[in-house]
Design a protein around this ligand. Sequence first.
Ligand code: SF4
Length: 215
Amino acid sequence: MSKGNLTYWRGSSFYINPTSQCVNDCLFCVRQFGEGVFGFNLVLKEDPSPEELVEAIENDWVPKFDDVAIVGFGEPLINLDAVLAAIKKLKQLTDVPIRLNTDGQARLLYPSRNVARELADAGLDRIQISLNAQDPDTYLRLCRPKFGRVAFESILEFAEQCKPLLRVELSAVNIPGVDIEACRGIAERLGVGFRVRVFKGPEGALEGILRTLTS
Ligand code: SF4
């Protein structure tokens, strides 16, 4: 069984943590600065099975939650089968729309599966896909993807694939070196929503990120 928390919450928001593994190593990631958020340890020794994740949701869910997201401390879709089970369980527990945050590289993780369709069929309502950069070079330097240069294009393709099935939003963290307006323009051309996210790292970290991005 995993050591860290599989669910966590703050106020009326309830979050699911299917994995702490990721295919990126983003310079701005909260994982660079700690082992969790909101006082919860989110570093998992191993990924939960679908049954373990569903059991944690059943144990921790209370009706006061009016915001539900599958986010976690890594890339949720690495543990896709547990995510699908979690969505189905949450749809039994609540009418609150379920959203998923992802780095959008599902087509590289699962070349032979239609992940967008599987998520929609499970009942997912919204997907927020981290674009994070205006071009492949910036993405490579900022997010350091395991899949390399193809990652950026695959994110755009995944967003296109999700568009007819889910409410889609691209996002980018507002840090020096990221052209937020260019990112917004990509979302507009794709015909999906766009959200600017706030950098949550410690003071002084932005200077280090900027030095890495411009070196
Ligand atoms: S994709 Fe998300 S979880 Fe993965 S390293 Fe980047 S910010 Fe962190």
